[in-house]
Ligand binder design. Structure first.
Ligand SMILES: Nc1ncnc2c1ncn2[C@@H]1O[C@H](COP(=O)(O)OP(=O)(O)OP(=O)(O)O)[C@@H](O)[C@H]1O
Length: 325
C-alpha cells in the first residue's frame, strides 16, 4: 500500500497485561484511506486490547503502531484531534441529559459539529432532553457514536458499535457507517456480528487467542472454506451410482446412513451435475440442502481447529507427565 494512503499501520504488535498474560501476539495489518477494516474474533480474542493500542490508550509491549503517520501513544496530541473513538463502555455522567452530554463533549472538541446535527446523525433528536441514566443500552451506544463523530474524524474506531441495538438500530448504524466511509472516513470496527463484517468491511481479520488466524476481503476469507451439499440417496441407489464426484468439483464426501454430504469450491458445477443426474435417473434428491461458503463457516472452522489443537496439546502434555512420573 502507498505510504500516503496508509492510515493505520500495525507491525508485529504485542500487548502483555500485568501478570504476564499476552493478549496480542505478533499482529500486523494495515488500513488504507477510506477503507473499512473489521476485526472479528471470539470473546477474549484480543480485539479490544488491539484497538486500545491503536487509539493510543496503552503502550505496546512490542511492535509498532502508526495512525496517520504518528505513534498514537507517544504523539497523542497529534493524533487525538483527528480520530473518533467509540469505546465498548462509554461511561458518561448519568445525571446530564443527552444534549448536555454532547454539548459538554463539543466544548472539548475542536471544529465540533453542532449538537443537533450530531444527535440527528444517530437518531437521538427526540431523546435530546432525556437524562443519560434513563436511556436504554442501545440508546447509550448511539450517544457513544454521536460523541465519536463530533469532531468529524478522519479515522473512526468503533468497538462493537451495534452491540445492544435492536435490528432497526443496527441497520441505521450500518447505513451511517457506509455514508461516513463514502465521505472518505477510514473506519476500524470490531464486531461479533459476522453479517456486519460481511456487509460493511472492505477487508477483515479474524483474531484468535491474540493472533490473526485469517485475513483478506470478505470474499477471500469466505473462499478459504468449501460450500456444502447434502441429500438423501434415493431408494435403491448406492453412493457408487452417483456421477463421478471429482468430475463435479467435489473435494470431499462422506455418507452417513443414507445421507450424503459433499464439499466443493465449485458449488454451481457440483449442484448442476447432481441435479442433472437426478433428473436423468428420474429420482428425487430428498432433503437436498445446498449451502454456499460463508464467513460464519470460516469463523467456526477457526474455533474448531483451535479446539482440536488444544486437545492435541493437552494429550501431549499428559503423555509427557506420564513419562516423567
Ligand atoms: N486489564 C487486563 N488485565 C489482564 N487481562 C486482561 C485485561 N483486559 C483484558 N484481558 C484479557 O485479554 C484477553 C483479550 O481481551 P479483549 O478484551 O481484548 O478481547 P476481545 O476480543 O475484545 O473480547 P470481547 O469480544 O469479549 O470483547 C482476554 O483473555 C482478557 O481476559
Amino acid at each position: 500500500m502507498d505510504a500516503t494512503q496508509c492510515v493505520i499501520d500495525v507491525r508485529s504488535l504485542r500487548r502483555v497485561y500485568d501478570g504476564g498474560f499476552e493478549a496480542v501476539r505478533d499482529v500486523s495489518f494495515s488500513v488504507g484511506r477510506g477503507e473499512l477494516f473489521a476485526l472479528l474474533g471470539t470473546n477474549g480474542a484480543g480485539k479490544t486490547s488491539t484497538v486500545e493500542l491503536l487509539e493510543g490508550l496503552a503502550k505496546p509491549a512490542g511492535g509498532q503502531v502508526r495512525v496517520l503517520g504518528h505513534d498514537p501513544y507517544a504523539e497523542r496530541a497529534a493524533v487525538r484531534p483527528r480520530i473518533g473513538v467509540m469505546l465498548q463502555e462509554g461511561g458518561f455522567p448519568s445525571e446530564l441529559t443527552v444534549a448536555e452530554t454532547v454539548r459538554m463533549w463539543a466544548g472539548c472538541t475542536s471544529g465540533a459539529r453542532p449538537v443537533g446535527e450530531a444527535l440527528e446523525l444517530v437518531g437521538l433528536t427526540k431523546r435530546a432532553n432525556v437524562r443519560v441514566k434513563m436511556l436504554s443500552g442501545g440508546e447509550k451506544r448511539r450517544l457513544d457514536l454521536a460523541l465519536a463523530l463530533l469532531g468529524r474524524p478522519e479515522v473512526l474506531f468503533l468497538d462493537e458499535p451495534t452491540t445492544g441495538l435492536d435490528a432497526e438500530g443496527r441497520v441505521d448504524t450500518w447505513e451511517l457507517v457506509r455514508e461516513l466511509r463514502a465521505d472518505g472516513t477510514t473506519v476500524l470496527l470490531t464486531t461479533h456480528y459476522l453479517e456486519e463484517a460481511e456487509s460493511l468491511a472492505d477487508r477483515l481479520a479474524i483474531l484468535h487467542e491474540g493472533r490473526i488466524a485469517l485475513t483478506g476481503t470478505p470474499a477471500e476469507v469466505t473462499a478459504t472454506h468449501p460450500s456444502r451439499i447434502s441429500f438423501d440417496l434415493p431408494e435403491g441407489y448406492f453412493p457408487g451410482d452417483l456421477p463421478p464426484l471429482a468430475e463435479l468439483g467435489v473435494t470431499a464426501h462422506e455418507t452417513a446412513g443414507r445421507t450424503v454430504r459433499l464439499q466443493t469450491h465449485e458449488l454451481q458445477r457440483a449442484a448442476t451435475g447432481l441435479l442433472l443426474w437426478a433428473q436423468g435417473a428420474g429420482v428425487e434428491l430428498r432433503g437436498l440442502d445446498v449451502r454456499s461458503a460463508s464467513l460464519e463457516e470460516a469463523f467456526l472452522q477457526i474455533a474448531r481447529d483451535a479446539r482440536a489443537e488444544d486437545t492435541a496439546q493437552d494429550a501431549a502434555q499428559d503423555r509427557t507427565k506420564e513419562t516423567v512420573a
